[in-house]
Ligand binder design. Sequence first.
Ligand SMILES: Nc1ncnc2c1ncn2[C@@H]1O[C@H](COP(=O)(O)OP(=O)(O)OP(=O)(O)O)[C@@H](O)[C@H]1O
Length: 322
Amino acid sequence: MIAAEGLTKVFGGREQEFLAVDALDLEVDEGEVFGFLGPNGAGKTTTVRMLATLVGASSGRAWVNGIQIGAGRDAEIRARIGILTESPGLYERLSAEHNLRIFAELYGCADPAGQVEKYLRLLGLWERRDDPAGTFSKGMKQKLAIARALVHEPAVVFLDEPTSGLDPEASKNVCDFVETLRGQGRTIFLCTHNLDEAERLCDRVGVFQQRLIAVDSPDALRRQLFGRQTVVQLAPDSPVLDPQRLAELLPGIEPATVVAGDEQNGVQLIFTVRQPHAENPEIVRALVGCGARIEAVTEVHHSLEDVYLSLIRDGAAQEGVR
Ligand SMILES: Nc1ncnc2c1ncn2[C@@H]1O[C@H](COP(=O)(O)OP(=O)(O)OP(=O)(O)O)[C@@H](O)[C@H]1O
């Protein structure tokens, strides 16, 4: 639905060139919610602007909805996508309804009034439809801009920071709304700094800083970067275990990292495992066989933030994750 091959953007003239997007290769499937994550200035907006045909690429190729960008059919692409840019850019003096109607008519919707009403209602703005957009709060403006991006029922939607600057409740409302779009077969390309939001909404995420560092589902990235780890918490009065004996009893399982305990908290053993379902029972059996008193067995959970920070801090070294 969205594909890029070596997509590159260089700003500036020959004197002073700036490489904003470096040879991006990417495929986003139909119906997928794809999160595009990266620090400030990473080139996310520039990528969206290229894909949405708002700025030309310097080199490389890309297709949106099966149509190649910059190949004479950009107007067709623009008619079939919806885009929420970083600043809503509404007609402040016009009513919410009028703002949407202009776009619905511009896009040639068969039933502009019906579409406008549908999205004003879906985003909870119907009661305020006659108020000028300029009198709306930031959250309401954002919702109106989202409605505008969707009013012509595009198959591909680009959302650049949809919850930026919104309070927690307004962010949640926008997120909930994006979630409702998931089941409708639309392809959603979401740029966000909110990693909880990305974790909740996205099928896959791409971590990007001028070039694509890694791309996969949050779970797969977690596994690739950190493996799966099982923590065995021993009781404070548990006997001390002989690591040599334990290693003999658990062939094929990496020796555990031992975190020392104190009077209140017993020792923790952290095992890196491949298949917790198969290996955890073996670990517990071996420990109990050595006389350990086990208080709890848990799996370490790494957040998407852990994944993101690890990839961004160590971008170059993580090439292999791709
Ligand atoms: N028209 C332009 N001319 C020159 N440089 C530009 C232009 N547009 C963007 N840039 C530069 O390209 C880089 C990437 O900017 P971009 O807005 O794509 O980043 P971003 O990942 O969206 O950042 P943020 O998360 O802060 O919105 C920045 O260094 C920016 O200054």
